[in-house]
Design a protein. Structure first.
Length: 245
């Protein structure tokens, strides 16, 4: 096509745009996601993750690298064990073990810590709370339906801690992450007592870590995040945890 013809066509298009008020420019590319932000949805056409089945193993639990990617700079050590034990914030769920709550005795426990000093009776717990980055507990139920039931029960244990006497620590509202059918997580951010002035989590404030209930097929779990992660980082970590589970 000759250059003169192209110029004429462009001029006509511009004129039509001025007449209609809708001269269309090419759409701009979406900006890249910021570091620490929640990952975008899978690319259209990519296969969705399949719900898990079979025994839970160490490979189903979060790795230290996931926390490094959201800004945790201290060296993280991984401590694993299999058995029974406390599975959530005892100040909220009580001093119960997974066996007492669900009858599960062979759960996988993983502590992500920044110290070599861990509890003698449970190596997944740091002696000093400030050295605990996170702790994950995961197990397999007999069926996906039972895993869903367990996850719902574990979540209901945390809901009462969304209200607390002012000046006491409190959990924030429930956030839900649906990765695919049968792969879902719910998490609640944690807020220090000095932010709790009304009995509930303050609006407009970022959480400082929190707790998540995970369910992937016949697998279920609890993830406590002690590192002070905000909403974007918590969303990214929880999504990674439930997808891996």
């Amino acid at each position: 096509m000759r250059a003169r013809t192209i110029v004429v066509i462009l001029a006509v298009a511009a004129g039509l745009g001025l007449l209609t008020g809708r001269f269309v420019l090419p759409a701009r590319s979406a900006p890249a996601a910021a570091h620490g932000a929640a990952p975008s949805s899978p690319v259209s056409g990519s296969p969705a993750p399949k719900p898990a089945d079979g025994p839970v193993t160490d490979r189903h639990l979060l790795a230290a690298a996931e926390f490094e990617e959201v800004g945790v700079t201290r060296r993280i050590r991984v401590r694993d064990r299999v058995g029974d034990g406390h599975y959530a914030n005892a100040a909220c769920a009580g001093e119960k073990t997974l066996e007492q709550t669900l009858g599960e005795q062979d759960a996988h426990f993983r502590g992500l810590v920044t110290t070599g000093r861990t509890d003698d009776s449970d190596p997944t717990l740091a002696v000093d709370a400030e050295d605990q980055v996170a702790r994950e507990v995961a197990a397999e139920a007999r069926t996906p339906a039972l895993a869903q039931n367990y996850a719902q029960r574990l979540l209901l244990e945390q809901v009462p801690c969304q209200e607390a006497t002012p000046s006491h620590w409190v959990y924030g509202p429930t956030h839900t992450i649906d990765v695919a059918a049968g792969i879902t997580a719910s998490w609640l951010g944690s807020y220090d007592g000095d932010l709790n002035t009304t009995g509930t989590a303050p609006r407009g404030e970022e959480p400082c870590g929190g707790i998540a209930i995970l369910r992937n097929g016949s697998h279920y779990g609890v993830l406590e995040v002690d590192a002070c992660l905000d909403t974007a980082a918590m969303t990214r970590i929880v999504r990674a945890a439930v997808t891996r589970l």
